[in-house]
Ligand binder design. Structure first.
Ligand code: IPT
Length: 996
């Protein structure tokens, strides 16, 4: 009610102002608000100027990572991701909603259970993370159809255009999803601060006229506004091209943003950074395209996707590694980026057929947080140094980016410096120093000329600065540390904070480097921890200059009431800066850390900290025995309490608290999957002569509803014409022989990496050697097609989602095509899918899936006892089921994987689907790869209890197939503070009425 009223008022106000221009489209009145100030009438919580957003009036840089809740379908694990993002120093997460999972049947929106968004919003809020909502309706995202449900292939109009049939198809979804998002807006006390309509509305194809169509964009925006969205709308142009930027007329968004993937998506040469790939013109483009809005990169490369047969995500993690983080992300800071979202920060899993054909089950993405939620990639640590620096550096947003130069500020043209200049000589400035050849692996020595202290050459006390290969540094000038002015520092800042009796500044550099800082108005320094060797200091003018060689042992230098902690990069990786709360609630403010944080040296992860009396509670995770130290705690803190355990705590002369956490890997046992009692049935009964397909859908439409692809067959054999768009399809074509048929040729489509197998009656066509048909007898063709998902719909006109799946064409020699009568099946019920819990895409059309045997407790008593390790000796599809118990220790986060390995180097090709407690959590194709290890999260697996696994084994070779290997394996167990991981609903097998 409140929202509706706000919206109505805003509309009235806009009308009264007389500035709005209205258009009519599809029964909606579309209202253009050319003046962004009008948006301020909608709400006052999220505002902006040319430099940054303001949340509740506070100017702040939004540092964000992309997370897709639907790629981790265990709601109780979402807090884990949010806390790991928060620990980076980030304050925002961007998320997509996947329409295909919530409106599989037109008009039926269903977003409950694992698809409910509210627990995601709640977890974000608990962790102190803001959200950017990106519900599409088109999302791309390497998901089937780019998020379009299969039935969109039947829309008689061009997708993502103003065609009425398309717009109408989106109304129900957006009305629901935007209303859900609206309820969780910051205006209602929720975490959502921004909304992105559409996705990369940047290019069109194939004769689509009227592009870009502002009236169409405005329709998409008004759908959101009409559902109660009052927060600012932000765009994500695929490249900095200025589409829909404010001032471009109807359809303009409030805040312009663009995407950037400078190293692309081929991970096969992970050490090669091609020349010219570092963006250098982002700021000048921004000034041209959207000078009134904060510079926003809505998706910046956080990893890469990888296709079937690709080089694997370890390679992507290497290509987009810690060096990429420091060179490319810090380079973005030279453009004063004020909103930066990394796509992905956690990729997750394409479970249950949700992916597009260009990807496999893993969507790890090589992201900072791995698919198994692990944070051991070095890029996570590097990002933490950067995220925490930005969090305590609000002065950055007030600077003006200047021109890059290789002469003004450095002694060598091998380096290029981009200045971010403060508005006057005492304001903060930043100097971003990089290699002129950005990919250089050379170490370059240099001195700096900064506009401070009379443009002296730095280091002033002698020595040289060094920029290592594939590094980039941000040097600060006039940097405010709670009232102390750091005149300059060449050592990079991790964090700083105010303490009870002074302030702490943490600096880091690489070993072998020399650094210098100058503190205004200070007179003397002393080394209060560690060796003073390599540390020099001297008063120059009114500043105290301190020079040091980076050492792997920590040194603390006291300068008046400022305590400077000097670290090397690898040591800095172990530091965390949780906000200190009294009640466990984390909060949002960017200024919080400087006043109310603690600096914690620990190991694997620190999640939260709170002070309760004299107990300093820290929730943290460990993968090794670790000494925990707390620096800058309030003087009332006496004891360190880790995960509710009070530890023996010592306090040193500098007030640093320390305690030791012992790590001893727990003992636990896994079942050997090979030795389990497996039960098995044939899941291709369709090739038996006795098979009855009377319940199947007749493929008898003499037309197609697919406006982009005319049919070549007498009746349509496109799966989506009959409501099938997910998982395996089976076609059965019968004909009465005239006796003269000599060959059957057919053309199928299932998307990149797909396969098919075909039989005539029970004879595998792959091995068929031309037996003669007997006239008058009926023959049945059975064609099994692996559908890898629907293609994405890259822009208006591409119509990728309409690329048909199924049989595209066929000929039966000697006969006309209509001699064959076709039937088909996909998942039981098609768009009226059976499994409301696991959602519309999870099961395909194989017999065992239609029956629901992939769920726990199938009726396997009567089935054969046979194992996938023995397999089958001819072409076909076999189904296997078994169960085992796990009893893993509580309080441990133990990443588990199902690991397939080939026993021979050139196995006969086979395809496997792996079901875990009914959830399809792996699709393995032996001859394509690259994925062999499939992580399955706790919550899908029951860590304390029974687990049912099932496999479909599709032997594509006439000689059959068997598993080369399948093992349950784990990586290092993490002693975790994470509590309350709950298994999701895992409905067990129940006889399905009407199942065939
Ligand atoms: C960008 C899409 O917006 C996003 O959904 C995802 O597909 C991403 O690419 C790649 O993972 S499009 C960008 C490549 C121009």
């Amino acid at each position: 009610m409140k929202l509706a009223a706000t919206w109505a008022l805003a509309a009235l106000a806009a009308q009264a102002a007389g500035a709005a221009i209205s258009h009519k489209l599809n029964g909606f009145t579309i209202t253009e608000h050319p003046d962004p100030a009008k948006r301020e009438q909608l709400q006052k919580y999220v505002t902006w100027d040319d430099k940054s957003l303001f949340i509740n009036g506070e100017r702040l840089m939004l540092f964000s990572g992309e997370v897709h809740p639907f790629r981790l379908p265990v709601p109780s694990l979402w807090i884990d991701i949010f806390q790991k993002v928060k620990a980076l120093g980030f304050n925002c997460v961007s998320f997509y909603v996947n329409w295909a999972l919530v409106e599989h049947k037109p008009g039926h929106y269903r977003a409950d259970g694992i698809f409910d968004l509210q627990p995601f919003f709640d977890a974000a809020q608990e962790a102190g993370i803001y959200l950017l909502a990106r519900p599409g309706p088109y999302i791309n995202a390497e998901v089937s159809g780019g998020g379009f449900p299969g039935w969109l292939a039947r829309v008689n109009g061009t997708l993502r255009t103003r065609d009425e049939a398309y717009l109408n198809s989106t109304n129900n979804y957006v009305a629901h999803v935007a209303a859900t998002i609206a309820k969780a807006q910051i205006t209602n006390g929720g975490p959502i601060i921004l909304y992105q309509p559409e996705n990369e509305y940047t290019s069109a194809c194939c004769g689509v006229d009227n592009f870009p169509d502002g009236v169409y964009m405005q329709y998409v925006e008004d759908q959101a506004r009409n559902a109660g969205i009052v927060i600012p709308l932000i765009s994500n142009d695929a490249a900095p091209e200025g589409h829909e930027a404010p001032g471009t007329g109807v359809g303009a968004v409030d805040i312009y943003g663009h995407d950037g993937y400078p190293l692309g998506f081929d991970c096969s040469n992970p050490t090669v950074w091609p020349s010219g790939d570092l963006p250098t013109n982002y700021w000048s483009l921004h000034e041209q395209q959207s000078p009134t809005t904060p510079y926003s990169i809505v998706e910046f490369q956080g990893g890469a996707f990888d296709p079937w047969g690709g080089s694997g995500f370890d390679n992507c993690a290497e290509l987009l590694n810690n060096e990429f983080v420091r060179v490319f992300y810090k380079n973005n800071f030279s453009f004063r980026v004020a909103f930066m979202n990394l796509y992905m920060i956690f990729g997750g899993t394409n479970w249950g057929n949700l992916g597009h054909p260009g990807g496999y089950t893993s969507y790890d993405y090589g992201a900072a947080i791995s698919e198994s939620r692990n944070i051991t990639r070095e890029k996570y640590s590097e990002l933490k140094l950067l995220g925490n620096f930005m969090k305590v550096t609000p002065g950055y947003l007030l600077t003006a980016p200047g021109n890059s130069t290789s002469s003004t500020y450095t002694s060598t043209s091998d380096l290029t410096v981009t200045p971010l200049l403060g508005s006057n000589s005492s304001a903060s400035s930043f100097f971003v120093v990089r290699h002129s050849d950005y990919s250089s692996r050379d170490s370059v020595e240099y001195t700096l000329k900064l506009p401070v202290a009379g443009n002296v050459s730095i280091p002033q006390l002698g020595g040289k600065l060094t920029l290592g290969g594939r590094d980039l540094k941000i040097h600060v000038v006039n940097y405010d540390v709670a009232g102390t002015n750091v005149l300059y520092s060449t050592g990079e800042i991790f964090t700083w904070k105010k303490t009870d009796n002074g302030k702490i500044l943490v600096l880091y550099g690489d070993t072998g480097e020399h650094h210098e800082l100058a503190v205004s108005g200070a007179s003397k320094s002393s080394v209060v921890e560690g060796s003073s060797s390599g540390i020099t200091s001297k008063k120059v003018g009114s500043a105290l200059i301190i020079g040091w060689d980076v050492s792997t042992s920590r040194r603390i230098v006291q300068v008046d009431d400022l305590r400077i902690i000097l670290l090397d990069r690898n040591s800095a990786y172990n530091y965390w800066v949780p906000q200190l709360s009294s009640n466990g609630s984390v909060g949002y403010s960017s200024q919080e850390t400087t006043a109310s944080s603690v600096i914690v040296k620990a190991g694997y992860l620190v999640r939260t900290a709170s002070l309760q009396g004299s107990d300093l509670h820290i929730s943290a995770d460990f993968n090794a025995t670790t000494t925990v130290e707390v620096i800058g705690a309030p003087s009332s803190a006496k004891k360190i309490v880790i995960n509710n355990q009070t530890l023996d705590t010592t306090v040193d002369k500098n007030g640093i608290l320390s305690a030791r956490v012992h790590y001893k890997a727990p003992k636990f046992k896994f079942p050997s999957l090979k030795d389990l009692p497996w039960k098995s049935i044939d899941t291709l009964p369709e090739i038996q002569t006795s098979y009855d397909d009377s319940a199947w859908t007749a493929a008898n439409h003499p037309y197609t509803n697919n406006s982009a692809n005319p049919i070549k067959t007498p009746t349509s054999l496109y799966s989506t014409d009959y409501g099938f768009s997910t998982g395996t399809f089976i076609y059965r074509g019968s004909f009465v022989s005239a006796g003269n048929e000599t060959s059957f040729a057919f053309h199928t489509e299932g998307g990149l990496g797909y396969g098919h197998s075909a039989w005539i009656n029970s004879t595998f066509i792959g091995s068929w050697i031309g037996s003669v048909f007997r006239p008058g007898e009926t023959y049945v063709l059975t064609i099994v097609i692996d559908n890898m998902g629907l293609d994405e719909n890259n822009g208006p006109g591409y119509e990728g989602t309409k690329d048909p799946r199924g049989i595209l064409d066929y000929t039966l020699s000697g006969r006309s095509a209509d001699a064959i009568t076709w039937k088909l099946t996909g998942n039981l019920g098609g768009e009226d899918y059976q499994d409301l819990t696991r959602g519309p895409l999870n099961e395909g059309g194989l017999y065992a899936e239609r029956q629901g045997f992939h769920q726990p407790e199938p009726p396997s008593q009567e089935w054969n006892t046979s194992s996938p390790f023995t397999g089958v000796s001819q072409a076909g599809v076999q189904f296997y089921s078994t169960s085992f118990d796990l009893d893993l220790p509580k309080g441990w986060d133990i990443p588990l994987y199902f690991d397939f390995r080939n026993s021979s180097s050139s196995p006969a090709p086979y395809r496997v689907q792996l079901f875990v407690n009914g959830y399809q959590y792996g699709k393995y194709v032996s001859n394509i790869g690259p994925q062999t290890a499939y992580p399955v999260p706790e919550g899908i697996l029951n860590y304390q209890g029974r687990n049912w696994i099932a496999l479909t084994l599709w032997a594509q070779d006439q000689n059959g197939a068997k598993l080369g290997g399948l093992d349950l394996i784990s990586t290092t167990p993490v002693l975790t503070a994470l509590r309350g991981v709950e298994s999701v609903d895992q409905p067990k097998y129940q006889k399905r009425s009407g199942a065939y």
